[in-house]
Design a protein around this ligand. Sequence first.
Ligand SMILES: Nc1ncnc2c1ncn2[C@@H]1O[C@H](COP(=O)(O)OP(=O)(O)OP(=O)(O)O)[C@@H](O)[C@H]1O
Ligand SMILES: [Mg+2]
Length: 306
Amino acid sequence: MTAIIIEDLKKMYKDVKALDGLNLNVPEGRIYGFLGPNGAGKSTTIMSMLGIVRPNSGRIELLGKEVFNDGFSEGNLVKAKERIGYMPEHATLWDFLTPLQTLDIIGLAYRIPKMERAKRARELLEMVDLWEDRNRKVGKFSKGMRQKLLLVQALINDPDLLILDEPMNGLDPKGIAEFKEIIRRQKDEGKTVFFSSHILAHVEEVCDTVGVIVRGKLRLEDTIDNIKREFLERGGYVILVETNKPVDFTGTGWKVETRGENRYVIRASSDVRERVYDVVSSQGAKILQMKVRTPSLEEIFLKVVE
Ligand SMILES: Nc1ncnc2c1ncn2[C@@H]1O[C@H](COP(=O)(O)OP(=O)(O)OP(=O)(O)O)[C@@H](O)[C@H]1O
Ligand SMILES: [Mg+2]
């Protein structure tokens, strides 16, 4: 079964085109990173799935249930949401409640029996290091502590599909490591996780697949490895070489720029250092220094977003 199917989804906020024919497909068991710059439409997509925002047209299927087809199917949406956990981008916690009370109320909404609610609340709070703070008022919590509580409230119903909107905002490195561990655990249990971020490094380690949304459209969807490879094949290798006298690189098929005296920047689709050496020595010149550089994922992401 496919966890999420989105077809030709469109959403206008008055005259702002937030979603412009978005298509998405997330197989079950996947950890999917939904990347995009600010204002790309990530939150709108997520809120559309959950029935918080009403799209203008298109189709959404969640866990095999059609929840939207040019209009919401309330019955299917309720059924699907029983198996979904959601962490919103903007914190909506009750400041006057403690973490234990918060989780208890949310668990109650999912009709989880009292004993099980208490057990689950303890497990979850321990998991994010909030058990010690279980009886403090949430209003006194730091940003990172609130994020952790928001994350575990999304897990109270042991969801098959976890949807998180910028979950790592405000987390410190330890919090980020804990978060990644929680995501991996979901995967081990065969669950699906869909989370948005505008920071590639945050999704790089944990995601199987990334989708990049730009101005309401999916621009790219692939595994991180494929994205990297494809980018490199398009000339992503940059070789910097300095020789003791001028060298002519015509006929090599590489894009070569001259940078100062006897310094060249070579762009190629693979690591051509050995061939550079051959070309240079065949012209009776010597290499003084040579460096190879591959772009970081962050650079690739910026290129895609441009
Ligand atoms: N309630 C609203 N009314 C009008 N315009 C809106 C509303 N919500 C979002 N928009 C606009 O829709 C577009 C998409 O916004 P959205 O919040 O979905 O982006 P995002 O990818 O989540 O961005 P961010 O990374 O900043 O959270 C933006 O141009 C935004 O200004
Ligand atoms: Mg957002």
